[in-house]
Every structure is written in structure tokens, then in C-alpha cells.
Design a protein around this ligand. Structure first.
Ligand SMILES: *Cc1c(COP(=O)(O)O)cnc(C)c1O
Length: 413
């Protein structure tokens, strides 16, 4: 379902600051004429962009609706209450905090709500698909907590659930984190819950990637199992760049205080309004169709890439996300990403379960928003492999991508 209407590069900006307006138009052109296969990206609707570019951006609103540290919050309070109510209804959660500035801020707040510095936390190791906030030494998480990493099986690429349980029993973590930046399969939340209960740990689900699929009923929800669910609103969910936390009533106050005043200041009311718009969109039958099409498209694309000779991790996908090793086509991950980018196919590198070589990570959230279906996924998979094998000239591939995206514009006027 392509979104209709072009986001307006406001006349005011064009008149006042043509230099910057030119940059916005250049980025719109880049997004409209290349394939956005970065797994974490999507095209938010003109309605979401309108809320983001609204005068709500001017408002200071520290605190929560009805209890602000600033005057004049009576209208933005309504916006935040609406966002919270829509999030709770969409995900069946007792409590929602919609103020987190990003997915990382949501995770920081979850740790702040439940842990003390020095506590042990069990999470998917970074080389296996854990996020920076899951214990990277370069991140607050690795500096302030004692992280132990479970992994994925080198052969199957699937989470090693037995190892996770063994590590939990040995280390007795205060919290267990499930969630990944690259895992293409559904996570067994019930098993994580069972292990967390056995060792007396909190279960934190970092559902930054799949939360949009959960909203559309195309992936199982972590909400009934996790003590706290952290998420982003800008990936498959297709809202503004931001974060969100869902939890039960008994942790509500701790979570809210961990966001403000512990880790954040004033809420970004324009973003919160845009989150409300996105939750409204995600509650429609159209979004259910979209979420299922995202998964269908990813399955078709994964199968095509496998048929073309790439090694697709876990042999396929349950979600929007695919990781693959292009080595059998004679290129390493980094070289592959560069060649594909030159041909107009934009994606990321990632770690692979086996060995040190880099693989490719891609997703179907954005191309599905543009209205592409199975036929286009087959076409993309074929061109992808042809570019990697050096069978199609870069310029020819770039022209073909331009032609395809011309037929599936993300924003039309
Ligand atoms: C994307 C992601 C995040 C971080 O989101 P930001 O908005 O970039 O901070 C955190 N955890 C996981 C698992 C993610 O995929």
C-alpha cells in the first residue's frame, strides 16, 4: 500500500534556506530512486511526517500528563494520553511509556527501572546479533553491568536455548534480555519466561525490530511474557524515529521514573503526537495486510537469494529480516554491500553465526510500504545475485532499479 501525497518541503524552507532545502530534496530523491533494504528502515506516512513537522515541536513538557513541570501543557497532554491509550490497546499492555527518545533510550530506562550498576545480565552476545545496549564495552550497558552472552548455533543459526538456560543457571542474572538486531526467526518467549522464573530474573524483551509485525498480528507478542518490553516506533511499525516501553501495572511507576527524570528531560511532544498517528495506522486492517505482506515478501526474497547461491542464515525467515553470506558468489560482505549500493540497492553488513566473515542484512519493510509484492522480490533477488556475480553492469542495474522504483514511489503527489 503505497502512501500517497508527497511530504512537502515547505515553501518557507525553500525560500529562506535553499541550501538546506536542496539537501532535503536530494535525500527524498535518493530514497525514491534506490531500494531501501536496510532492515531497520521504513517510509512513515505523510500524516506521521505532518505531526513531526508541527508546532508541537515548540512545546516544553517535562513530566507526564496532568503532572508537568511546565505551564501550557493542557493540549499536548491530550496528545500523550492518546498515544498511551492507543499503544496499550494495540499491544494489549497494562502500561505504555511513549516518551523514550529512541530504542536505546528505552533499553537504558528498562535497565534503570530494574537493575543496579554491577548487576549481571544475560543477553544475546554482540557477535551473535545482540544490540550495542546488550553489553557492548563501547556502550553504557557494558560499562555499568556485568553482561554474559548466549549465542546462536554455528550450524543452524538458531538461538542456542539450552546454552541460554545453562548460562542462566550458572550466573543467576538479575535480568535476561531477548531480542536482536539480526535474528530472522521468532523468539520462544515462553521458554525465556520459564528460564527467567527458574533463576529469579526479570525478562526484558527488546522487540525493536519485530514490534511492527506484532502490531499487525504477523509475529508473536512478547507482551504476555516479558516484565518489560522495549521497542522502537520507526522500524516495521512505520512511525516516527523513537522508542516505547510496555509493562504491567506493577512496574509502571518505576518505568516512568526511569524515563523521566532519571534518563531524559523534556518529552518531544511532536514525536509523541506522531507516535499516536502511527499507532492509529497500525490498528487498521490495512496494517494487518501490510505486516503479513512484509513477511511474505521476506520469505520470497530469502528463498530467491538461497536459490541464487547465497547462504541464508537459518535457511529463511519468519519476519521482515534476512541475513545471508554472499561468499559462494565469490564476494565478501563488505564488497557485496558496496557493489549493491552502487547499483542502487541499499543494505547493511552484519556478523554471521559461523566464522569471522561479514554477511549481509536486509529487510522488506520499506519496499512493502511502497507496494511491492512477491513478483518484485523475485526480480530484486535475481538482480542482487547478478550484480554480485558481476553479470550485470553496475550502470545497467542502477537504471533498472530506477525504473522499478519509478513504478513504486514511496510518496506520490
Ligand atoms: C534498533 C534497535 C535498537 C536501538 O534503536 P535506536 O532507536 O537506534 O536507539 C535497540 N535494540 C535493538 C534490538 C534494535 O534492533
Amino acid at each position: 500500500m503505497p502512501v500517497t501525497h508527497a511530504p512537502e518541503t515547505a515553501d518557507a524552507l525553500l525560500r529562506q534556506d535553499p541550501e538546506l532545502a536542496e539537501i532535503l530534496l536530494g535525500e527524498l530523491d535518493r530514497q525514491s530512486t534506490t531500494l531501501q533494504l536496510v532492515a531497520a528502515e521504513n517510509f512513515s506516512s505523510p500524516a506521521v511526517l505532518a505531526a513531526l513537522g508541527s508546532p508541537l515541536a515548540n512545546k516544553y513538557a517535562e513530566g507526564y500528563p496532568g503532572a508537568r513541570h511546565h505551564g501550557g501543557c493542557e493540549i499536548v497532554d491530550v496528545a500523550e494520553r492518546l498515544a498511551v491509550e492507543r499503544a496499550k490497546a494495540l499491544f494489549g499492555a497494562e502500561h505504555a511509556n511513549v516518551q523514550s527518545h529512541s530504542g536505546s533510550s528505552a533499553v537504558l530506562a528498562a535497565y534503570a527501572a530494574l537493575l543496579r550498576p554491577g548487576d549481571t545480565v544475560l543477553a544475546l552476545g554482540l557477535p551473535h546479533g545482540g544490540h550495542l545496549t546488550h553489553g557492548s564495552p563501547a556502550n553504557f550497558s557494558g560499562r555499568w553491568f556485568d553482561f554474559v552472552g548466549y549465542g546462536v548455533d554455528a550450524e543452524t543459526g538458531l538461538i542456542d536455548y539450552d546454552q541460554m538456560r545453562t548460562l542462566a543457571r550458572a550466573h543467576r542474572p538479575k535480568a535476561i534480555v531477548c531480542g536482536s538486531i539480526a535474528y530472522p526467526r521468532h523468539i520462544d518467549h515462553a521458554f525465556f519466561r520459564e528460564v527467567a522464573d527458574e533463576v529469579g530474573a526479570y525478562l526484558i524483551a527488546d522487540a525493536a525490530h519485530p514490534i511492527g509485525l506484532v502490531a499487525g498480528g504477523a509475529a508473536p507478542s512478547p507482551v504476555p511474557y516479558a516484565d518489560v518490553v522495549c521497542a522502537t516506533t520507526h522500524k516495521v511499525l512505520r512511525g516516527p524515529r523513537g522508542g516505547m516501553i510496555l509493562c504491567g501495572a506493577e512496574l509502571a511507576e518505576r518505568v516512568d521514573r526511569a524515563v523521566f527524570p532519571f534518563t531524559q528531560g523534556g518529552a518531544q511532544m511532536h514525536t509523541i503526537a506522531a507516535k499516536a498517528v502511527a499507532f492509529g495506522e497500525a490498528a487498521t486492517p490495512d496494517f494487518v495486510t501490510y505486516a503479513h505482506q512484509v513477511v511474505t515478501n521476506a520469505r520470497v526474497l530469502a528463498a530467491r537469494l538461497a536459490a541464487e547461491g547465497l547462504v541464508v542464515t537459518t535457511g529463511g525467515t519468519d519476519t521482515h529480516l534476512i541475513t545471508a553470506d554472499p561468499a559462494p558468489l565469490g564476494v565478501d560482505g563488505r564488497t557485496a554491500r558496496g557493489r549493491l549500493a552502487a547499483a542502487g540497492m541499499v543494505l547493511d553488513c552484519c556478523a554471521l553465526p559461523h566464522g569471522d566473515a561479514r554477511g549481509l542484512r536486509l529487510g522488506t519493510a520499506a519496499v512493502t510500504t511502497q507496494g511491492m509484492g512477491e513478483e518484485e522480490m523475485q526480480w530484486i533477488g535475481a538482480l542482487f545475485a547478478a550484480v554480485l556475480r558481476g553479470e550485470t553492469e553496475t550502470q545497467k542495474a542502477r537504471d533498472e532499479v530506477r525504473e522499478l522504483t519509478g513504478r513504486f514511489q514511496p510518496y506520490t503527489s
